[in-house]
Write a protein that binds this ligand. Sequence first.
Ligand SMILES: NC(=O)c1ccc[n+]([C@@H]2O[C@H](COP(=O)([O-])OP(=O)(O)OC[C@H]3O[C@@H](n4cnc5c(N)ncnc54)[C@H](OP(=O)(O)O)[C@@H]3O)[C@@H](O)[C@H]2O)c1
Length: 211
Amino acid sequence: MSLIRVQNFSISLDGFGTGAGQTKDLHFGHAGDRLHEWMFATRYWEAGGSGGVDDLFLRQFDAGVGAEIMGAGKFGHPGWHDDPDWKGAWGPNPPFHTPVFVLTHHPRPSIEMEGGTTYHFLNAEPAEAAKIARDAAGGLDVRLGGGPSMIRDFLAAGLVDHMHVSVVPILLGRGVRLWDGLEGLERDYRVETTSSPSGVTHLTFTRSAGA
Ligand SMILES: NC(=O)c1ccc[n+]([C@@H]2O[C@H](COP(=O)([O-])OP(=O)(O)OC[C@H]3O[C@@H](n4cnc5c(N)ncnc54)[C@H](OP(=O)(O)O)[C@@H]3O)[C@@H](O)[C@H]2O)c1
């Protein structure tokens, strides 16, 4: 069955999935690259990088994924809606290589990018967006790409089958938090942790049968 999955979503120890003050040049606000430095050190990211736990988790990013849903804040900085030529924060050949459904209250025509990524813009509730993305995924899984606000909404709606969160040992103090309003979430999931020598703790949430 096609799953709705979160993969490699990085948060700080204090639960922030992005920093404060996101701009066109600072996609993660004051967090800079600190949430993702562990990724850059792996062989998945760059030849000559490290193997091991971090690398293995990262490799699940696109394995078996046929579509992504992302929030408008992952697609671009506040204000991108005012730029008719904005094609996302991910360059001409984005790392998704599937249909990507961008949730926004300001939809625009689809944009076909290099490498198999097509952005479609969707003003829809999480359940409807999940259905549309599943249909587009051709039997494969749907990845929820973030940011924290949209993942939180899908968790609150009970739509997430599997979630991998990477807890990075930094304290951001401000930004957008993942866990707000999700008290007791762990009751619906089997939660497992894997510690990496890099200092990152990988948490997987697998939906319990019947939850
Ligand atoms: N830590 C990580 O691994 C990771 C991964 C991905 C992204 N990020 C970061 O996360 C940040 C963005 O996250 P965020 O929480 O601020 O925003 P977000 O979750 O990306 O997007 C939220 C926005 O998406 C639109 N939206 C959400 N649900 C919708 C719905 N059901 N219908 C219509 N529109 C909907 C709304 O924007 P409109 O105003 O367009 O309607 C809403 O304000 C960025 O800094 C990004 O770099 C972090």
